[in-house]
Design a protein. Structure first.
Length: 260
């Protein structure tokens, strides 16, 4: 049983089904209020100076303030947030989505403290997008309703901009950026490290394999379940699962056994 499983058994009551849909609804409501009363968002934003004077509601209400002001752009952004929120809940369930979002709020608040309110719910929603890209890298969306783009490429482009900001920003901004992304690192860091380590091991085995004769006894692929390799059965195909382990197609998690 993983740590998240144990946490779910103990504090599973915090789960909020459809949390991202609720966030989207309140964002739409606040945007409507801002249209009717320009400047209304100033009472809700993550202003650390105001928070220190006792306006503690800002620690929560900032997540409802859209960071763009054009009606069409807000509509598209909120639809996209709704879309990725539903995808995350299918992949994770309400508890993990809620916990991830709460950790993201804590990280964003700490980042604002460290950088004098340079961070907003934009960074929080960015971590949600990165989580969606982790689970659905091959999902295709249409930019401007015309250009098909895979989610993983959008994530890499966004990551490049964040990296550029990290390189040219101040030390406090760099620290704040890492803190704002801390929920992503907490949830996905171990899997990413395991995946990179596994790829390094596969690369090492491939180099050894290429340096040996055809009769060498060092396999390039090995199923984590049955131990089969391409040497024991040349007809086997192997895939790396999301847990970072390599499996033959018969034992690949989520795969059905082939008929013979």
């Amino acid at each position: 049983m993983t740590l998240l499983d144990r946490l779910e058994r103990r504090i599973g009551f915090i789960a909020v089904p459809g949390l991202i849909r609720i966030i989207v609804t309140f964002n739409a409501l606040v945007f409507g209020l801002v249209l009717l009363n320009p400047g209304f968002e100033a009472y809700l934003s993550l202003d650390m100076a105001r928070i220190r004077t006792g306006e503690l509601w800002r620690l929560v209400t900032y997540i409802f303030v859209p960071q763009i002001h054009h009606f069409l752009l807000v509509a598209v952004a909120l639809w996209f947030l709704w879309f990725i929120g539903d995808g995350l809940e299918r992949a994770w369930g309400p508890f993990r989505v809620t916990l991830y979002f709460l950790l993201g709020m804590v990280g964003t608040t700490l980042a604002a403290v460290l950088t004098d309110a340079q961070f907003s719910n934009r960074m929080l929603f960015t971590t949600i997008f990165f989580a969606f890209a982790f689970f659905y890298p091959e999902e295709v969306i249409y930019l401007f309703f015309i250009l098909p783009v895979k989610i993983k490429w959008l994530a890499w482009v966004y990551c490049a901009f964040l990296l550029l900001g990290f390189l040219v920003g101040t030390m406090s901004y760099r620290l704040g950026l890492l803190v704002a992304l801390s929920n992503y690192f907490i949830f996905f860091g171990p899997q990413m490290l395991h995946h990179f380590r596994h790829r390094h091991e596969v690369s090492t085995r491939r180099k050894r394999f290429d340096g040996q004769s055809q009769g060498g006894d060092e396999p390039l692929h090995k199923c984590a379940t049955c131990g089969a390799t391409e040497l024991t059965d040349p007809n086997l195909e192997f895939r790396v699962s999301r847990d970072g382990e390599e499996y033959c197609m018969q034992h690949l998690p989520g795969a059905t056994a082939p008929t013979r």
